[in-house]
Design a binder for this molecule. Sequence first.
Ligand code: BGC
Length: 706
Amino acid sequence: MSEVPATPVDRSTDDRARTLVAQMTEDEKFAWLSGPMAIPLAGEDKPEGALGSAAFYPGIERLGIPAMQQSDASLGVGNLGNVRPGDHATALPSSLLLGATFNPSLAFESGALVGREARQKGFNVQLAGGANLVREPRGGRNFEYISEDPLLTGVLAGQSVAGIQSEKVVSTVKHFVANAQETGRVMVSSNLSEAALRESDLLAFQLAIEIGRPGAVMPGYNLINGDYASENAFLLNTVLKGEWEYPGWVMSDWGATHSSVKAALAGLDVQSGANLDDAHHFGAALRQAVKAGEVPQSRIDDMVTRILRSLIEVGALDPVSALPIDYSQHRLIAQRQAEEGIVLLKNAQGTLPLAQRAKRLLVIGAHADHGVLCGGGSSCVPPIGSLSLPGIDMMGMQVAKVYQPSSLVQAIKEESAAQQVDFLDGTDVTLAVAQAAIADAVIVFAQEWRSEALDAKGLGLDGNQDALIEAVAAANRNTIVVLQTGGPVLLPWLDNVAAVLAAWYPGSGGAPAVAGVLFGRVNPSGRLPITFPASESQLPRPEQIDPATTTSNPGMPRKGEIIPINYDIEGSDVGYRWYARQRLKPLLPFGFGLSYSTFEFSDLRVNEPGKVSVRVNNTGPRAGATTLQLYIAKTGEDGFAKRLAGFEKVFLAAGEQADVEVQLEPRILARFEEGGFVIGPGNYRVWAADDAEDERLGVTVTLHAP
Ligand code: BGC
């Protein structure tokens, strides 16, 4: 059985937090246990002293405790509702793009960027660390999550959190746990058995918490097995604070608190966005419950101690100096991340990089002359110069469809040797076809906007985009499609186009990153962090609930009954594991991505339990990176379908080779049985692979019963 490491609490940090709490009045304590959203709704003012962001809790000057200013989110410092007019921030690419880098050090670096900008603006808590697994490929918030795999998600989310906190800003991980869809988001119950949860969604959080040591955990809006995440005693008390010995605080999502006594006793520490809830559960009602002896005073002290401990641990309670931010340097960091996470999905006859002889280029795509698409909702970062179009209504706030300023047309002009670059928005298909016929190559920017509070309906590109791509590809055989999407989409025209890139939502440096790949300055190395299905019929739940039948927003009266979602269909076999188990062939597998070079794996060796070495060879013409993926499957009664147990991104010059050793994560090799992870005896098949379908290089290892 593998050990579950506890997160150690520094003794002096703990003492300092307890000493402060002992000096606080009850009013001061309760002022930190609930708060309104500090983005005023129509007709309201923001709380005095608030910078304007997701939350504000007043400081206690006499004790040297600063105000808590909390901002969204994982992809940069957000500015929902333009609450801080004129504010500028660097927009990181979507988390799916980060997942596609398979690069933990980039996750740390970009987390540190967010932490620095947050601190400079006066925030000390960042509502970041999206660590849900992509269980529902049509989920509206998938772009805020890293992947469908627990190991990849846990490692990268953990590193990103560690990066933020290295800048003296507390980070959350969210939305704990199995919060996979937006439709009916406050009334869906994610139902699945404990073992499956432990081996998938919970494992992602467990890893992220071990690696990143986030100061706070935010439960999701959803229920898990019939109990709201924010008052789920099993998840909060038994697992998180009990088994994992988590020392930080648990803050509810905004408008996701449903009770006083039950929630407080289950492990919730703070009611966030209390103005969105039906009652002020952690205000007078909780005080009353303490008086009545229903909640012990020690629990209240514990709540505040947890908050202070986390702030102290990252250094947020010490005098914090904010250095000026070099935004152009930050944009370059965002660009470098985008360059590593763009995935080359198809490259027929070496169409890319585009040849110097392509003198006349046609660029097609809505607003490609202005910028790149940003996923909607609390995580969207709108740098100055963004284009805001009407989006959706979320909790009474208008969520814009934002194009961040990074002109694809301009970047293509700068990066290419073309003499003429024409641009069309794509609404007129006839015109596009006529222009395509006389161009040397056509670059189509296909787009799919996803947002918090709104799932995609189906997996198709909307509007006329599929028809446009088909028509243009018929007119020009050098048609290249660049996808900007918040998840997998169907590619019905895949056979008819020359090349395809997945650029996700590429952020502030998105356009030069895409152009760098198109014209060869960048050798692509991104890998799919999610499976692209061949059709929706392959999904564990092909049907979608009609979004119109449910109320999906917090703070609104619920319509209808709780909606159960049966995640036991796939259990812990999320994403590629499901395809392996069902023997389904997706359109494009998890882990897949092409390069302008070629790589070979050989000499696979299992050196000692859990340690695998592989020779990696760059056999191609140019320097680049590949991602060595180690999958494992077990046969027999306690067997399991293929799982990613380790990975390593390897950078090699042309012709260079390296022997790479990877430590496999023991809990991936285990089943959760009788209260713990157990690696059972039997036959294990290990593959050193290029993607989740690649089985060319494998070895069988037999473990004997002790
Ligand atoms: C989102 C959270 C976010 C919070 C504060 C909620 O609607 O689910 O991710 O941190 O709002 O803006």
